[in-house]
Design a protein around this ligand. Structure first.
Ligand code: ZN
Length: 455
């Protein structure tokens, strides 16, 4: 069993509740945390490692709870830099309909690479776009990318079935029939899903949104997911346009539609959740439904401010997410914590959220949302998933009276020095260990150029 000793840690945060520890060691055995103590007696064997952490803050690895990896290839496109959600989508569907195997694989590497380098160790992804003629094993390509980089991965099998001709938003060329969707959803669960405590592969089912699937598909997805014990995910209450659409097409607000289809509960998480009224917040609390909060995307698209500071005291589980890269436009996980903290203060004042609150959202709450009981904290027996930041740098100088908060209040380079996932180094000296970054940059830019040139 390989072991890694983190030696003489400048500041170790084990969980959001506990006090930070100064000058401790942390021992990893296999894929778990084995011991946290001062001066651990350790005689390294040939495959063991000792990492000097005397300059570093060590925190539980972050959990990203909503993303669209393929969008890393279409970030920052001038035509929609200033558009709101529906206009932004209508333009981008025309680009996205050209994605294929190569774009899925490389965009997954790009997004996960950025996530790992900014402290994220577990991510989901919401891939809902299956262009006509796409024959490959899309989720298989994503798992291959996750394995290459060493990321813990819980992707969702997304779907769209309601195209323009049926009154939906997406064009006909990017939707599938409901039979195709359900067949492939069952296939990926059977083929890839591992429900274990330290699972590196957890499948989720995720019809895209109320304006791109039918009520029937939502119901069928709920039944299928519950039959296999996998989680459910979708976008809910992101914009006023979505409210209007649901009232017009379904005669109900989005959350009522979710309730009526059974798409709600402790096994369900919604992306965004901005425009809920007071009664709807109570429904979320009562049902134990989780929220994946995406502050950067919400600001970027001008969608609004999620009521996080009201949700947390109601014990609604709110986790954090960078969202797709065409609306962020980065997978900077540590940056997302900063934006979450600051955005709530715009609406609710300076005491709205503290740094420990956003750390909890990014780690423990994210783990809970995805149904992991042994990640999100650094305690004996927990998964060895952690982010290690060097804080002895100019940008943190003078901020070390509270080293954990320094990561959020100060700093501008959000890169880790080391990121460890499941007991293995996925980032070392600030570089990905699983894939050459120069090659990824070159290849990613080439695919992005090709994609745009086809529009
Ligand atoms: Zn999204």
């Amino acid at each position: 069993m390989d072991r890694i000793l983190l030696k003489d840690i400048f500041y170790l945060q084990r969980s959001s509740e506990e006090e930070g520890l100064w000058g401790y060691d942390l021992l990893i055995e296999g894929n778990r945390v084995a011991k946290i103590d001062k001066n651990i007696d350790f005689r390294p064997g040939e495959t063991d490692r000792v990492i000097d952490c005397s300059r570093h803050v060590v925190v539980p690895g972050f959990v990203n709870t909503h993303h669209h990896f393929y969008q890393t290839l279409t970030r920052n496109i001038p035509a929609v830099q200033n558009a709101e959600l529906f206009d932004w989508l209508v333009y981008l569907y025309e680009v996205w309909k050209h994605i294929g195997d190569e774009s899925v694989y490389y965009s997954s590497l790009m997004a996960m690479g950025e996530l790992l380098k900014t402290g994220c160790t577990t991510s989901t992804d919401h891939h809902y776009l299956y262009p006509q003629g796409f024959q490959g094993d899309l989720m298989g390509l994503q798992f291959k990318a996750a394995e290459t980089l060493g990321m813990r991965f819980s992707p969702t099998r997304g779907s769209m079935s309601l195209s323009k001709k049926d009154g939906g938003l997406p064009p006909d060329t990017v939707v599938q029939t409901e039979e195709e969707i359900l067949r492939d959803s069952e296939r990926v669960i059977q083929r890839y899903h591992d429900g274990g405590e330290f699972s590196m592969r957890k499948v989720v089912l995720a019809p895209c949104s109320p304006f791109s699937v039918t009520e029937e598909l939502m119901k069928e997805s709920v039944q299928l997911a519950r039959r296999y014990g996998v989680r459910l995910h979708t976008h809910v209450a992101e914009t006023f346009d979505e409210n209007d659409f649901c009232l017009e097409v379904y005669g109900r607000r989005p959350l009522k539609l979710m309730e009526d289809t059974g798409f709600i509960g402790e096994d369900t998480f919604y992306a965004h959740g901005i425009h809920f009224n007071d009664d709807e917040l109570k429904v979320l609390a009562e049902t134990g439904t989780h929220i994946a909060h995406c502050p950067s995307s919400n600001m970027r698209l001008g969608s609004g401010i999620c009521r996080v500071a009201e949700m947390l005291p109601m014990e609604i589980n709110v986790a954090l997410a960078v969202d797709g890269s065409a609306s962020n436009d980065s997978s900077d996980m540590l940056g997302e914590l900063r934006n979450a903290l600051l955005l709530q203060r715009v609406k609710y004042g300076a005491a709205a959220l503290g740094t420990r609150d956003v750390f909890r959202m990014a780690s423990e709450n994210g783990a809970k949302l995805l149904g992991y009981r042994k990640i999100g904290k650094l305690e004996k027996g927990y998964a060895a998933d952690m982010a290690i930041f060097d804080v002895h740098k100019l940008e943190y100088t003078g901020a070390l009276s509270d080293p954990l908060a320094a990561l959020i209040f100060s700093g501008y380079n959000h890169g880790t020095d080391y990121t460890i996932v499941n007991g293995r180094l996925a980032v070392e000296h600030g570089r990905l260990t699983g894939f050459p970054e120069e090659e990824l940059v070159e290849k990613g830019n080439q695919i992005a150029r090709d994609l745009l040139s086809r529009v």
